[in-house]
Design a binder for this molecule. Sequence first.
Ligand SMILES: O=C(O)CCC(=O)C(=O)O
Length: 295
Amino acid sequence: MTLNLEPDLDMLSEALIDQFREEGYVVIDNLLTETEIDRYQPIVRAAVSSRKRFDTRALAQKSAYEQSFLQCMNLWEDFPKIRPLTFHRKIAQAAATLLQVSAVRLWHDQALFKEAGGRVTDPHQDLPYWPMTEEDALTAWIPFDGSTRGNGCMYYIPGSHKVSDRTFVDIFRRGDEDPMDQAKDLLTAEPVNVEVPRGSVAFHHGLTAHGANANCSEQTREVHTMIYFKDGTTRSATGKHHAVDRSDIKPGAAINSDVTPIAWPREDLPQPPPPLRLNRAVAITGAFPQSTDLD
Ligand SMILES: O=C(O)CCC(=O)C(=O)O
């Protein structure tokens, strides 16, 4: 079979592609069917419960970062039933089309579950967390039940991906500085709250400043996300991340290991790399892993 290596521009309207280029985010409706959501939501929920099974802390006992969301990364590797969602052909193809590239790889997937009562997600850009030289990367954000102002929908700073340099905001609160102070130069326009209907997927560029509202509802806001980046992207001179450290990708080298497989175009599902082994403290708290957290 011959694969079409060009992104399918018919799949998305020019208006959506333009919106992504100009504003740095876009919502694409009906990328997932009801049947798919009914299939994947309980599987992702069970995976998060499994990963968090040793964590018996109440919300108030968690760090400010953990009160923004429960974070479970690389679920596709140890939960095979999640693999078709993380490598969903339509979503990965949409990512390639929005980035206007012929092939994308997965950086990692992650569930981001904002618990009932969970606090805001502090504003930040994503690319400063990822040691990539090139900047063609985005996140596909899937709220299984839809997102609303009440349950923690995202907001974006339109156009910020074009005007902001990479600015690291320590939303993990490893240092003493207030993330709001660190993020102030990123707030170049009024934030736009974006409610995403069930079945739709929100995409934001890795340089777009964004955050999320608190979850004032009684239900956990259950979200699965995938980060895709242009095939051919190279590792930057500085910065650590398990997506490149696990496979010992050197600065300047193409990021192209089995940890970050091609997501589009592909016909099959990738085989996972050898398991990521986190140290015990990180495995229990689910804290954002650093390379030093790997065994
Ligand atoms: O889900 C959230 O609350 C924040 C998500 C986010 O910051 C991201 O996916 O980059």
